[in-house]
Design a protein around this ligand. Structure first.
Ligand code: GLN
Length: 454
């Protein structure tokens, strides 16, 4: 994989840093332990993995795709990374991302965009475009992403790979640099559903260091994949969400989606249509809640505590240094979110914007609850279009935000959702993703369906 990275990453730019020395040392250690007759630490011992650069890694850079954290070396491992190491996985390096995970194309990275291995003129999705591109370019067999509004699933869909957003609280957020704490969720990225499940079981489970971590065992996702792999979905009820298809979706994406639904039916699933009327407000609610939490979370980048400090010449006040640093360290999208969020939270506007958005969030959750009384999983396209061209949406934030139309409801409600490849669009030959959503802590249900479909 290191050779492959050296060969293709100058063009793809999936990685921000690689750590060949440590990777080889870990791999050698795993080999030695096995040769000495020791049992492997996990089924994935010795398997390489790429980690999104928003999760802290002790002693190696963690930039979040931002100049703000350039040169910062975290003093501790995130829980996800600690679990990867304990399970014997080999960390290849850190992957590129939109700055602080804000974006849908990886073009908001301060270190240049990642390109889609299927067509280097196209985006790999975002914010975790680096992780998914690394898989699609065969630079890594496994990767970790984070999904606040779709940043694991949408890159998975447009690169033809699998991306899973576990139930909120199913994977620890300790050491995940916060964007929107009530939405952020780390999860597995892989080329097959089984690989994703194996990785899910390594990183998932309760963590006392994260107060929102669910104190329950990891859902039995590997067993669910084995069950699904028999290709028998008899007895499973699948709901097609009325609101997540139709106008604004590429015809090639819709045809792929309908073909996928036909396949589920052929595998024995009972398919019904389900209406979730509040989903149409999800994007609007998200773009109030996520920026609000962002404006609060990113206040910690104050030029004093981490990374960049600009203009500290001994004559300037702390406030001036802070302002110069934030001006230089944050890119335009991050500034836009901080301003939006500060506005939405300000006195006199709080009820009208943030308060209303939280009410919409409750309605979306109720739609999910009602739907899951009748069906086991819900399905939709993962994203309305295939990979768009680099530069096409950079000057149009609204167009960029629409990439997450289908993925955001699951973040707002906190339930589990994944994207599994559903072939290539007959319009442009690019990958399309099928989204499968499951109730809170029923992640295994969507794995079973995805494995049968795959
Ligand atoms: N594209 C969405 C945003 O820009 C989602 C990002 C994410 O999931 N991290 O906020």
């Amino acid at each position: 994989h290191l050779d492959r990275i050296a060969e293709v990453d100058p063009a793809v730019h999936a990685f921000l840093h690689t750590d060949a020395e440590n990777a080889l040392a870990t791999a050698r250690q795993v080999d030695q332990d096995l040769a000495a007759g020791q049992a492997p630490a996990s089924p994935l011992a010795g398997v390489p993995v790429a980690v999104k650069d928003v999760l802290t890694t002790e002693g190696t850079p963690t930039t979040c795709g931002s100049r703000m954290l350039e040169g910062w070396l975290p003093p501790y491992d995130s829980t996800v990374v600690r679990r990867l190491r304990a399970a014997g996985l080999v960390i290849l390096g850190k992957t590129n991302m939109d700055e602080f995970a804000m974006g849908s194309s990886t073009e908001n990275s301060a270190f240049g965009p990642t390109r889609n291995p299927w067509d280097l003129d196209r985006i790999p999705g975002g914010s975790g475009g680096g992780s998914s591109a690394a898989l699609a370019a065969f630079e890594a067999p496994l990767a970790i992403g984070t999904d606040t509004g779709g940043s694991i699933r949408q890159p998975g869909a447009v690169t033809g790979t699998v991306g899973v957003k576990p139930t909120y609280g199913g994977v620890s957020r300790y050491g995940l640099v916060a964007f929107s704490s009530s939405l952020d969720q780390a999860g597995p990225c892989a080329r097959t559903v089984l690989d994703a499940a194996l990785l899910h079981e390594v990183i998932g489970g309760h963590d006392p260091l994260d107060s929102t971590s669910i104190d329950q065992p990891v859902p039995p996702v590997v067993a669910a994949v084995r069950e699904g792999a028999t290709g028998d979905l008899r007895g499973v009820r699948v709901g097609v969400v009325t609101q997540l298809s139709g106008e604004g979706y590429q015809p090639g994406v819709l045809r792929s989606f309908h073909a996928a639904v036909d396949t589920l039916r052929e595998l024995g699933a009972e398919v019904v249509e389900v209406s979730c009327p509040s989903f149409q407000y999800a994007l609007s609610a998200y773009y109030l809640i996520a920026p609000s939490e962002c404006s609060s979370n990113l206040a910690r980048f104050d030029a004093m505590r981490y990374g960049l400090r600009v203009g500290d010449d001994g004559n300037r006040s702390a406030e001036e240094v802070m302002s110069l640093t934030r001006e230089a360290g944050f890119g335009p999208e991050v500034k836009r979110r901080i301003m939006l969020g500060t506005y939405a939270l300000s006195s006199g506007y709080y009820d009208a914007y943030y308060g209303s958005a939280q009410k919409v969030r409750t309605l979306i959750k109720r739609d999910f609850d009602a739907a899951f009384e009748n069906v086991d999983v819900l399905v939709s396209p993962t994203t309305p279009t295939t990979a768009f061209r680099l530069g096409e949406r950079v000057n149009d934030p609204m167009a960029m935000y629409l990439a997450d139309l289908c993925t955001i409801p699951a973040n707002l409600a906190g339930n589990a959702a994944l994207s599994v490849p559903s072939g290539l669009s007959d319009e442009d030959g690019l990958p399309v993703g099928l989204q499968v959503m499951a109730p809170v802590m029923q992640d295994h249900r969507m794995y079973r369906v995805a494995a049968a479909y795959e």
